[in-house]
Design a protein around this ligand. Structure first.
Ligand SMILES: [Zn+2]
Ligand SMILES: [Zn+2]
Length: 204
């Protein structure tokens, strides 16, 4: 008898035994499972991992198809997962952000410059949503700085603002940037360049 035949015969014997002593086998199996719970779990995990590794592509496709056809379930799953792991997720996000700060900022910047329309849409949405707050803040700022308020008034009266940004030449959203509020000194800038001017001051 060769090895193959031997094994086959062994399996047959085992099968017959199991059929004959079904209850006994069940009890023994249950006992074994209970006693070797962790071991079995580890083994299953290992097997599962191997199986996934081997069938990566087909599994991925299948999961993707499932996700596409069950958006509600996916949403619920995500929500549940987030709820259960909230602290960990937030912590990880913070960690990830800190670790990749420079790269993320760079990507955001690139995305913005390559999608100016989307950026404008975002700004508009933000403005509509926070209009009240923004106007309040502006008013508060003007009230806290009467010298600026007066200077703005004089800028309009004196017609200091020209029709073109002195930095980039744009003729849209023009402001007058004061280098000295009391002396009405300054130059015309577009909103974008104006922001840059003030950021310069903060950095310096
Ligand atoms: Zn400009
Ligand atoms: Zn200014």
């Amino acid at each position: 008898m060769d090895r193959e035949q031997k094994l086959k015969a062994q399996r047959e014997t085992q099968k017959r035994y199991r059929e004959k002593h079904r209850d006994k086998v069940r009890v023994a199996n249950r006992k074994y499972k209970k006693e070797h719970k962790e071991e079995i779990k580890g083994y299953q995990r290992e097997y599962h991992k191997e199986y996934r590794e081997k069938n990566k592509d087909s599994l991925y496709d299948r999961e993707k198809r499932w996700r596409v056809s069950n958006p509600d379930k996916v949403k619920r799953q995500r929500e549940r997962y987030f709820k259960e792991n909230k602290d960990d997720i937030i912590q990880y996000r913070k960690y990830y952000f800190q670790k990749n700060k420079k790269r993320l900022a760079q990507r955001k910047k690139e995305h913005r410059t390559s999608n100016p329309e989307q950026l404008k849409k975002e700004h508009d949405r933000y403005y509509i949503k926070h209009k009240g707050e923004i106007l309040d803040k502006q008013r508060e700022h003007r009230n806290n700085h009467p010298e600026i308020k007066r200077a703005y008034g004089r800028t309009q009266c004196l017609g200091l603002r020209e029709n073109k940004c002195s930095k980039c030449g744009s003729n849209k959203y023009l402001h007058f940037h004061h280098t000295d509020y009391e002396k009405d000194e300054g130059f015309t800038v577009c909103a974008k360049c104006h922001k840059k001017e003030h950021n310069k001051e903060v950095i310096l």
